[in-house]
Write a protein that binds this ligand. Structure first.
Ligand code: GAR
Length: 199
């Protein structure tokens, strides 16, 4: 199950991987908080359920959180992947699904949390950034790290060029992590709950 807000190139990579039975996972549905997300069309083209649960269609955040949770739980996913989902999931969502919600973030966590990570990395002047696939907790990009990949920052980068370079590395990382979790599960190191071990 994949949650999206935007273009959906990460969703596209997961859909492509689904076509290969050896990957070990299959996307069962897509939910977006935005009716105009191009990612929704990718889901429909793949013949998958694609639902919109927009915050503004609900009286408050708690009602949206409950509706989002129901839309996801209805498809009984083993894993929930936030692939460019630009809102924080709420306590109801994490209460039902926590521990198996994965996010992909375009920075090397814990640096540059939030929705403007490539811009924040450029503004800071770092020479290396990257992407992080992490478990979701109640914080903003604070969950346990599953995998990371580094990406160089070039002197002449603008936000778009840097983000595209990050996304080129991010997509195969996300596909790899989701496949490994689906095939072999995951565990936490007994001496450090933040250290997640993948097969
Ligand atoms: C990805 O780079 C993802 O890491 C980022 O949005 C992009 C979505 O691209 N997510 C965040 O910044 C969440 N904090 P896509 O729609 O082409 O998959």
């Amino acid at each position: 199950m994949v949650l999206v807000s935007g273009t959906g190139t990460n969703l596209g990579a997961l859909l492509e991987a689904s076509a290969d039975g050896r990957w070990g996972a299959a996307v069962v549905g897509v939910v977006s908080d935005r009716a105009d997300a191009p990612a929704l069309q990718r889901a429909r083209d793949a013949g998958l359920p694609a639902e919109v649960v927009a915050l503004r269609d609900h009286p408050d955040r708690a009602a949206w959180d409950a509706a989002l949770t129901e839309a996801v739980v209805a498809l009984a996913p083993d894993l929930v992947v936030l692939a460019g989902f630009m809102r924080l999931v709420g306590p109801t969502f994490l209460g039902r699904l926590g521990g198996r919600v994965v996010n992909t973030h375009p920075a090397l966590s814990p640096s540059f949390p939030g929705t403007r990570a490539p811009a924040d990395a450029l503004a800071y002047g770092v020479k290396v950034t990257g992407a992080t696939v992490l478990l979701v907790d109640e914080g903003v990009d604070t969950g346990a790290v599953l995998a990371q990949v580094t990406v160089p920052v070039h002197d002449d980068d603008d936000v778009e060029a840097l983000h595209e370079r990050i996304k080129s590395a991010e997509r195969p990382l996300l596909v790899d992590v989701v496949g490994r979790m689906a095939r072999g599960g995951w565990s936490t190191s007994p001496d450090n709950p933040r250290k997640v071990l993948l097969p």
